[in-house]
Design a protein around this ligand. Sequence first.
Ligand SMILES: Cc1ncc(COP(=O)(O)O)c(C=O)c1O
Length: 309
Amino acid sequence: MGFDEMDVDTIWKNGEFLDWEDATTHVLTHALHYGSGVFEGVRCYDTERGPAVFRWDEHLDRLFDSAKMYDMDIEHSREEITEATLELLDRQDLESCYIRPIAYYGYDTLGVSPKDCPTDLVLAAWPWGAYLGEEALEEGVDVMVSSWRKHASSQVPTNVKTTGLYVNSMLAGEEARRNGYVEAIVLNKEGNVAEGPGENIFMVNDGEIYTTGPAQSILEGITRDTVITLAEERGYEVHDEAVISRGQLYTADELFFTGSAAEVTPIRSVDDTEIGAGTRGPVTEELQQAFFDLVERRTDDHDEWFTYL
Ligand SMILES: Cc1ncc(COP(=O)(O)O)c(C=O)c1O
C-alpha cells in the first residue's frame, strides 16, 4: 500500500511539523547522490497498556552512533527527538505503526566531502503490517542464498545503519523475489552467513541457538538482542558470535529472521531445501510467542524497553 492510501499527513523536519506534501528536499541533496544518510526503523505497538514504542532508547543510541561514524552533527537532543516523535504519532492518531527517523547530509555543495552540507533530521511514521506478510509469521518464508555478497565491515561500517548500504539489500532482495522467493540470505565476503537484507538470522540445532555476530559484517539488530535475551531467560544456550557456513543452513533444525520490520519470521526453506519439517519449528514458535507477548505487553517483563505514548 502506497503512502497516498494511508491516513498520514504530517512529517517532522528540522524542528517543524510539516504537511506531508511539503516535506521535500532539493534534488541536489548530498545524501541523494552519495547515500550519506543514517536511519532507524522502529515499531510502535498498540499494546494492552496503550500504544508504546519498542526499544526507542536503543534505536536512538544506534542513530547517534551511525551519525558519529560519518561526522554528522544531529543538532537536536534525544529529548527533543523523543518528544517530537511522540507528538507526531499523537497528531496522526497512530497507535500501531512504524517510525522512520533519518538524518542526512542536505543541500549545499556536491563535492563528495559533505563538510559544508547541513545535517537534516526527519521523523516520519506510518501504519505497517507484517513486513514479510502475515502468513509468513506462521508458515515461514522460502528464501534463497543471494549471489550478492554483503559489504565487508572492513570496507564500510556494517554495524551502523547507512542509507547507501541498502542498495546491496535491494539487489539481494529483488534477486530473490525475481526467482520466486520471499527474501534472501546474504553471505559475507568470506562466504559465511551474514544476515538477511533487512534482518538478522538465527539457527537452532540440537536445542541450542546460534546467531552471527558483528565480526560477520552484520547490523547488530535490536530485535536480535531482544530475542537473545528472551532465549537466555528461557534457559537456552545462545551462541551470539556464531560462524555459520552456507552448508549449515540446509541442515539446520530451524532457522528464523529477526528485525524491527520482520519481527520474528520463521524460514521454512532455503534454495528449495526444507528446513527441519518445512514449517515453523518449536523453538522458533516459543521465541516468537515470547516476542509478541512482550511487545504487545501481555507480560510485565522488560517494561524498561517501552516508551508509552
Ligand atoms: C541489514 C539489517 N540487518 C538487521 C536488521 C535488524 O535490525 P533491528 O532488529 O534493529 O531492526 C536490519 C533492520 O533494521 C537490517 O536492515
